[in-house]
Design a protein around this ligand. Structure first.
Ligand SMILES: *[C@@H]1O[C@H](CO)[C@@H](O)[C@H](O)[C@H]1NC(C)=O
Ligand SMILES: [Cu+2]
Length: 187
């Protein structure tokens, strides 16, 4: 999609009142042009991603923020929740985040960003086994195709039936992990 400066301005104004897409410079080393960024928060309503059903145009960024506990995000295949889709699947690593002393919500100083390369669905889950987050429904999707029958609720139901542990990759890959460029995002 061709993005006009006017659209970017509209998106920026919109972000003042909602948690909807914002624009910000991506920290990518290869491309410093501003991208539409969709913020997803891990752990805001408990063992969930919020939002968990994201529509993001090719070329945009999905930026995961991590609240207290110890969450992660990994790409799965629709047919096999709680496991990396393949050797190239993105993996954020874990984000252990202690509670604030006063009990208020805390957030990791780092985020994990992925680029949406095309309009194919991207299925993902949290791989924390302590508490079985994936099997408890901590899953999500970018660009679900509603008419295909492959919906987030079908994926979540399948995740609940996974008996073994959730899978991770050997190392962080398939995205960018680094300092949170939007510290107020995520609450
Ligand atoms: C976070 O979770 C991972 C995976 O279960 C574990 O290996 C790691 O030790 C945990 N970190 C902390 C600080 O609890
Ligand atoms: Cu989790």
């Amino acid at each position: 999609m061709f993005t006009t400066p006017l659209l970017l301005l509209a998106a920026a104004a919109f972000s003042l009142t909602t948690a909807a897409p914002t624009t910000q410079p991506t920290p990518s080393k290869t491309d410093s042009s501003p991208r539409i960024t969709h913020t997803v928060v891990a752990g805001r309503p408990g063992l969930r991603f919020d939002p968990e059903n994201i529509f993001a145009e090719p070329g945009s960024i999905v930026e995961f923020h991590f609240l207290q506990l110890n969450h992660s995000v990994v790409e799965a295949a629709f047919a096999a929740p709680c496991q990396p889709k393949d050797a190239a699947s993105f993996y954020s690593g874990f984000f252990p985040v202690p509670k604030n002393a006063d009990g208020s919500a805390s957030q990791s100083k780092e985020v994990f960003q992925i680029e949406v390369k095309d309009d194919k669905p991207i299925w993902f889950y949290c791989a924390q086994d302590k508490g079985r987050h994936c099997q408890s429904g901590m899953v999500g999707v970018v660009n679900q195709k509603v008419d295909s029958g492959k919906t987030l609720e079908v994926f979540r139901t399948a995740a609940k039936g996974v008996e073994g542990p959730a899978g991770v990759q050997a190392a962080v890959q398939g995205g960018w992990r680094g300092e949170n460029p939007n510290p107020l995002g995520g609450f």
